[in-house]
Ligand binder design. Sequence first.
Ligand code: B12
Length: 481
Amino acid sequence: MNFYIKYNILVCLIFLTEPVHHVTGQLWSYPNRSEFQQLEKDIEKAQSDIVDLEAKGIERHQNVQNDIRILQLRLDAVSSIGGSSSVPCGLIGLAIKDGAHYLLQKRVNGAGWGSRQNAEAVMALRLADPRRFSVGKSLINYDYIQGVNDMFIELISELNRPDFENDTLWAHGKLAQYMVGLTSACKDTQSFYGFDVASIVRRQFNTFKSFFKSQKFALSWVVLALCNANLTEETTAMDILSANPGFYTFGIDEASMIVMALSCVDNSSYSTAQRVAEDSILNGSKPDGSFGNEYTTGLAIQALTRYSGSRHDVYGIIQKAQDWLARNVIGKFANVAMANQVLPALARRSYVDIKDLKCHKKPNTAPTLSASGQCIHVKITAKDNMINKTPFERSWVANGNKGDSMFVVMQKLEQQEPSFNFTSITFSSGEFIRSIVGIATDSGLRQYWQFLRYPDTVMPTGVSNTYPNNMDHYVFKVTTW
Ligand code: B12
């Protein structure tokens, strides 16, 4: 569609700066001033094209229009200082928002998204924005939490049916998918209102082994269910999944699920099968960037975020596919399954990332409505030449909101980026940073993580009392006093 093509350039520029989980290390570059002027022109043009959209009566154009207004505000803020944006401030961010709107509007109180659809909706919403699971802090999160509730109620009532365990509608991978949904909603799958869901899934796998041998798409859900819940894998399931690499009854869709399942378990015995499946996905890349339809492209992108091979062009392939996907789904989310396969891909996550989602946050750390809503991007570098045997240096870009303290920005980064984590100790003067990415300072050796504004200005305030601006760069460096 005309309108989306015009956004294409804008998004390409924006996503130059977005780091990919598991695929690349650091990618950090700013579009220059003239590129930003181009962005501004694109926005203007896109606005005039809204009229076309309305004339054509595109479904949910109202939402899209509203989102574009928000996008424009954000881009205005970014371009005024010449910096750059990243997810969710671009066409892909817009597509994520549209998909989330679609799901939240489709939910019916008490019934959720309908029979056997609740887990897909819940996990899609959480993977699209992991911060959604911050209880009671925003209206959108409130709707999501109601959806989680609907999923629980549906499942409790199903589990209580006497014939449930052998009902193939559930036993052929659906309960396993629900187990992933439960884990994504921070629920213990071994103790779910008196049911050990994980054990039921294992029994179903054993009862229906011959079905799973011929349907590895469904079997992948069994493996993902156990793995995301941090439970021991079923060796037979892994052996079936990794058998006959290169032969996929259901094509790229199946190969993608197999990659996710094998990479989740992360056992070198299965790395060849994973690599063959990855190559098969990459061979299916089409000139327009897609891998087939929206479902297939969504799953392929998710799988490629787990890429384990040595090709250097995978980052670009993911970007191109995401761009195609965003343009093809905005205003056109068709059902829960599509949202489930597409939303994680747009957010550059996969079903495997569910195991790393944070569940038990300290109080008062959730994003609040009081934040002005303006996106800020803060670069954080950690350096250590003392504790680690080899010198360590790594940078991340955190997405926060204007008004967030540095501490809150770091907590948000922890939720956004699996490779970043930190611990702190609470004092009357605020939070004292104790460790970053597992590198913990020893106060007995007079070590501490010094907090600096890039390049070398020692900060007069700690992380709780520092309020970053957009594009600020802070450095943490292990030092002795
Ligand atoms: C396996 C599979 C099948 C198998 C299911 C056999 C089985 N017992 O497992 C078979 C070969 C029967 C099949 C048939 C079709 N499939 Co099919 N199928 C899949 C696949 C690869 C995996 C589904 C799965 O196992 N999910 C995991 C389990 C746990 O979830 P589930 O909800 O229980 O899955 C069930 C439903 O997906 C259902 N199902 C399968 N295909 C379709 C298609 C439609 C339109 C519907 C409503 C349901 C449905 O069967 C699954 C197993 O019970 C998906 C790929 C994907 N990306 O989702 C495509 C997929 C769902 N199929 C698709 C299509 C197009 C079809 C067909 C319409 C193809 C055709 N033209 O004949 C037919 C359905 C025709 C009909 N009778 O209505 C599309 C649906 C796109 C859409 N919604 O428009 C998908 C997404 C593939 C794709 N990338 O395009 N399919």
